[in-house]
Design a protein around this ligand. Structure first.
Ligand SMILES: Nc1ncnc2c1ncn2[C@@H]1O[C@H](COP(=O)(O)OP(=O)(O)O)[C@@H](O)[C@H]1O
Ligand SMILES: [Mg+2]
Length: 201
């Protein structure tokens, strides 16, 4: 990316600890309440950090149709508003680049939608925010996942070494599967639309 968006500084930064899935849902609800048609939300964070899960809660709070999923082939999907309010355009830019995102022509749907782009940092800003250079960047971090560069695990036995791996016969969902675990959320606002930070719990 070459234009002004690449070098922009955030107007503000809000950090929250999301203790479990419910906290992520509440955070998405609070954000949905301040989002308007035309807004762009870029989601950043590793695999499994919770970008799609967050988008599902956002979709529920916005009241749009269809199930938000991790697209395998489809890069972009539009979820229509079921009542008044913006549509949700959900993009997964994992398998594409800035040219690919531009090819999706998100500008034509942007005006009446909230546009959410997973893996969008550095590839979606130019394509999307040309109009007034405003967007939100939400970074989700799973503190349990080592961040790159990954630290070596001290004292870990090689997987094929002595001490055969334990055979797990209980496939019931753990409490963590049901309730989730903590994530760190960092929200940054860019451009005139986000001159003021939103009031979030
Ligand atoms: N607090 C939390 N917020 C979001 N997801 C969570 C949380 N705790 C556990 N999870 C789980 O982590 C996984 C996140 O997956 P997903 O949303 O697909 O991530 P991504 O889209 O970032 O790759 C889901 O299985 C979800 O249930
Ligand atoms: Mg995802």
């Amino acid at each position: 990316m070459s234009g002004a968006a690449a070098s922009a500084d955030p107007r503000w930064r809000i950090e929250r600890r999301l203790d479990d899935l419910e906290a992520t849902e509440h955070f998405a609800q609070a954000l949905a309440a301040v989002l308007r048609p035309g807004d762009v939300l870029i989601l950043t964070g590793g695999l499994g950090a919770g970008k799609t899960t967050f988008t599902q809660s956002l979709a529920a709070a916005l009241g749009v149709s269809g199930r938000v999923s991790s697209p395998t082939f489809v890069l972009s999907r539009i979820h229509r508003a079921e009542h008044d309010g913006p549509d949700l355009v959900h993009v997964d830019a994992y398998r594409t680049d800035a040219a690919g995102v531009e090819g999706l022509d998100l500008v034509s749907t942007r005006e009446r939608s909230v546009t959410v782009v997973e893996w969008g940092r550095g590839v979606a800003e130019e394509a999307l925010v040309g109009v007034d250079g405003s967007w939100l960047d939400l970074e989700l971090v799973d503190p349990a996942v080592p961040q790159a560069p990954a630290a070596p695990v001290r004292g870990a036995a090689p997987s094929d070494g002595p001490g055969a791996p334990e055979i797990i016969t209980d496939f019931s969902e753990s409490e963590e599967d049901l309730l989730g675990s903590a994530r760190r959320a960092v929200l940054r606002g860019f451009g005139p639309r986000w001159a003021e930070g939103p009031q979030l719990p």
